[in-house]
Unconditional design. Sequence first.
Lengths: 410, 296
Amino acid sequence: MTRLQILRLVAGREVRERIRSKAFRISSGVSLAFILAVAILPSVLSDDGPTTYDVGVFGAQSDALAGRLPAVAELGGVAVDVRRLGDVAEGRRLVEAGDLDAAVGDGQVVVERELGVRLGFLVQEANRQVLGEAALAGAGVRGDVAGQALMPQPLVVRALDPESEAESDREGLVFFGTILLYGQLLGFGYWVASGVVEEKASRVVEILLAKAPPAQLLAGKVTGIGVVGLVQLVAFVVIGLAAAAAAGSVELPPETISVAAQVVGWFVLGFAFYACLFAVGGAMASRVEELQSTTTPLTFLAMGSFFAAITTGSDPSGPVAQVATFLPFSAPMVLPIRVAAGEIGLGAVLLSVAIVLVSIVGVMALAARVYAGGALHLRGQLKLRNALRSDRGGDKRSPQDERVAGTTEG
Amino acid sequence: MLELIGLTKRYGDVVALDGLSMMVGPGRIHGFVGRNGAGKTTTMRITLGLASADAGEVRWQGRPVTAADRRGFGYMPEERGLYPKMTALDQIVYFARLSGMGGPEAKTAAAAMLESIGLGERSGEPVEQLSLGNQQRCQLAAALVTSPALLVLDEPFSGLDPVGVDVLAGVLKTQVDQGTAVVYSSHQLDLVERLSDEITIIDGGRVVAAGAVAAVRRSRGVDRLKVALEGGRTAWADDLPGARVVGHEGDEVVLELLDGGDDQEVLDAARHAGRVVSFRREAPTLTELFREVVSS
């Protein structure tokens, strides 16, 4: 059998058994529900356009107020539905019933509890303009001149560093992608660790090692689980984006495809790196219960990288971002953000990719060695140094172990 | 033909194997006997390539064993190992394919193997749902599915009920008849004596006795006399000049002849003491021999 045949055989088993497992189905369902919630909720929770106030007008100036309120509302970025009332009593009744937010006329405004800032601006400004116009008309100023004086052209806004809607959409997208990437790296990395320790705990590893070299067994396992993780990630990205677009949560910016492709591409590199480290964690434990302690340093590494990515999101060219770009464990999470923000040159990206690739080769060699050394270490947690020292798995069991393990009587 | 030549293995200061050599021919069933910690598992692991020897050589068909040879060996480790959540059939197919079989061939062979060991109807169930005895059968199927030229079985009978022992012994006989070389370890010495063509007894990593079972029994130790008198009387044997009592088995006194001792004189002494019901001269059993060689 060639190496490739063994790898495909082992990877094929991993894919089939993963997809069949209840744990995988449940975790996929939970993740999908979370993604759909993130994609759809913003559009459900966000207000549909500007706030609309229901305002009633009464009294002598009611026509003028009804005319002014919509223009003032537009200036304040809100909308208003104006209703003409017979008198203040009707206004009181409707405000009390909750049909109106406020009733204005005869120098007073009726509200339920208090006049909010925006509603206050709306009715006070309208009232000021109506009274001002009346005063100006009384002084003999023509209507259109008075109008201009009271309602001049609003100021033109010139922002020095404007945040476009597309940009904020893109940032949201990248942030979402980073969370997804982090979840997949950690989740499927843990699958690798538990897959390794399950084979040790069930002792099946001894038969496997009699059939194939440890490096190929490990490569097959990482590939198989990685393929499942990759397919799931692509599915999550496609479903998430489709749901977000359908619900109208975000306007998908033109870079969507490229951001998604980067997240997926960095998953491949990041997974290869993390999976090998998690395999080391698995090989050092001999029971599933011990995984917690052998993989904790890796969980912290991934979490630290995730926080570096969050920091990078708010400051894409800050010191954290600069350093995290060139560390193999954080680069996969930080790079998509920096590239999306346009805060990194091609040279730095290539250097970062090169660093990650070289690191992958290193951790693969380490993982294969520890896997071989730890695979037949079936009792108690293994020290990394001991796993590295042995030349082949079986050497870890001393004759004393065999004596302890003896189960039969002569 | 499997040849182990001068295998040596140390774990730190502990010598696990000390120049161990043995041979297993095709169509032969070879019992491998020794106390816990004598080096049986280490020997088997070195044979399978799971551990490396510090010195010595493993040869197969007259040349150094290769990785491809080893993939074709059937192996049942002492620590039984199966994937708990995989079905019996999938599992056997997987191991068959890892041994180098093609997909369709592996499926056919696995189904036939499970059928022959009585697991045909349960082949679709996850292994964790099978009884321990059936898991053991499944384990055996994993070792046998490719009809290997060499079978290495570490304590295959441990944990089996008498019916299971008979089933396994039958399966091994069938394999051996087809030309498979079988080497297995066991502490059930009466079983080893009954089942094996040859045996190797090791102690402290060294071979202390080896060869055909009958020859080993005869070559080592002294013949025993087993004498029973009517009424189960035994005191007559206590102070015989040419023999000493080494034990009692039911009504029988078990005696060992001393140098210059004569079995006919023992018989005369017995007849003098009463009516002799039975009188036998036997080579030591494997159990007796084992106690003798590993305690000396």
